[in-house]
Design a protein around this ligand. Structure first.
Ligand code: HEC
Ligand code: HEC
Ligand code: HEC
Length: 380
């Protein structure tokens, strides 16, 4: 028995030394052009399947059936995934076919996967395959919309995909100038046409779901600082980081100037939020929100928001954002992110921490609904 054991150990040592020598001499091919040996392919796939099954078990899947989520995920897919996986509207570039492994066809793979597995893969990527991780790992809430979109992917044709990813935007019809504040013509920067407009709109009013914020009439300094913060990973959003890439400060200033000078958005119509109609149902919530915005909650040590975010949309500091006429869903999400400490921002972002730490979740919703329902020309 002892003798057998000795033989096995010696044999394993020889195999290990030979393996090491093979690597050191450099004869082992790392050519993508050859693909993997069948056994390597089997081993890698088996490890992937086991690892994904193990790590995704127990992940709780939220309700993914909301159209707003699917639209948000489609937007990200268009800027962050189709370069490799293609889309019903556009094939992936030819060069992708020479990757090992090749990025798979999404329509086929989605049918084989559970939502929590898709979530795990999209969030963490897959080592040594070219499948990247999510650009800002702090944000779980941004990955679920992509999963919601992937689940719809198999049923999408060219037109349905286009409508989800780009909305009504017709790139052929984009004018060179649009009317700015006081009807002054504004040149449309090419980045707006090529990317921003698909989510924020040419007019900076988002797409009618609370997922892409209104930018029109926002304070210019706030917009510049915010764009720099996203680009430099001081405010975290996988989508905005992927969009901005390495744009330089001159480009960011041009974009901020364009959106800041568009006519400010008025109160949003009911049809422009994804939630239930606001007026009747939300009248009480809006009233409670008004109280918080104007007077704060002294017993909870919450200051009045209007001290820093005047409700007529005017500005006390150009680096503080205007909230008036912004989507309620967007405002509420940002308040949650501040509370979880995953919302960075400009140099002043931590002014919001003492504010949110004493706000209950329903109060966040109330005050968000209140600001969304105001328009710039309405006085308190
Ligand atoms: C740079 C190219 C690249 C980009 C960009 C990319 N992927 Fe991938 N993706 C790959 C490759 C290559 C694989 C194959 C990995 C494998 O076979 O293990 C893959 C695999 C996947 C898989 C898992 C396939 C499976 O079931 O094993 C999913 C899901 C996926 N990608 C979704 C996405 C989504 C969503 C995005 C955008 C957020 C994205 N990918 C961006 C290259 C890319
Ligand atoms: C694929 C969709 C998409 C595209 C394209 C896009 N954005 Fe965004 N943008 C978003 C989302 C989603 C958010 C909210 C992110 C968050 O939660 O921080 C956002 C947030 C912002 C904000 C923060 C607004 C605020 O009130 O704090 C600014 C500014 C902004 N985007 C500007 C731009 C500009 C400029 C471009 C073009 C270069 C652009 N975005 C392109 C989806 C997009
Ligand atoms: C002392 C000043 C101050 C007070 C008081 C204040 N805020 Fe803020 N708020 C800020 C600053 C500064 C930012 C910008 C943070 C950043 O992105 O850098 C901000 C950002 C926000 C944002 C994100 C907006 C966007 O476009 O992303 C929301 C939502 C918000 N505040 C809501 C509130 C609410 C609700 C209250 C009252 C309960 C409040 N704030 C009170 C200073 C303040």
């Amino acid at each position: 028995m002892k003798q057998h054991l000795k033989t096995i150990v010696i044999f394993l040592l020889i195999v290990a030394v030979c393996g090491g020598l093979l690597v050191v001499t450099g004869v082992l091919p790392i050519r993508a052009s050859d693909g993997h040996w069948a056994i390597t392919r089997w081993f890698l796939n088996f490890s992937k399947e086991r690892s994904v099954a193990f790590h995704s078990s127990g992940i709780e899947v939220p309700d993914l059936d909301r159209e707003a989520l699917v639209v948000k995920g489609a937007g990200h897919y268009e800027i962050g995934c189709l370069q490799c996986h293609g889309s019903p509207q556009r094939e992936a570039p030819r060069v992708v076919a020479y990757m090992t492994p090749k990025p798979p066809d999404i329509a086929a793979l989605v049918k084989e996967r559970e939502p929590e597995e898709l979530y795990y893969i999209v969030k963490h990527g897959i080592l040594m395959t070219g499948m990247p991780a999510w650009p800002s790992l702090q944000r779980d809430d941004e990955v679920w919309p992509v999963v919601a979109f992937l689940l719809k992917y198999p049923e999408l044709d060219h037109a349905a995909y286009r409508k989800l990813a780009l909305g009504e935007l017709d790139l052929e019809e984009v004018p060179d100038t649009v009317n700015g504040e006081d009807e002054t013509p504004l040149d449309v920067p090419h980045h707006v046409v090529e990317s921003c407009a698909m989510c924020h709109g040419l007019e900076g009013r988002g797409r009618g779901y609370g997922v892409f914020p209104v930018l029109a009439g926002q304070n210019e300094a706030y917009l510049v600082e915010t764009l720099v913060a996203y680009r430099d990973d001081k405010r975290h959003s996988g989508t905005m980081e992927a969009v901005l890439g390495r744009l330089d400060v001159d480009d960011l200033e041009r974009l901020a100037k364009y959106y800041a000078n568009l006519p400010a958005a008025g109160a949003l119509a009911d049809s422009e939020t994804d939630g239930p109609p606001r007026d009747e149902d939300h009248a009480e919530a809006i009233e409670r929100g008004r109280q918080i915005a104007l007077e704060g909650l002294p017993e909870q040590k919450v200051p009045s928001c209007a001290d820093c975010h005047p409700i007529d949309g005017s500005t006390i500091n150009d680096e503080y954002p205007v909230l008036t006429g912004q989507y309620a869903d967007y405002l509420e999400l940002q308040l949650e992110l501040f509370a979880e400490r995953v919302r960075g921002g400009t140099d002043a972002f931590n002014l919001m921490h003492p504010v949110v730490d004493h706000l209950e979740p329903e109060q966040m919703r109330d005050v968000a609904l209140f600001y969304a329902a105001q328009s710039r020309d309405e006085s308190p």
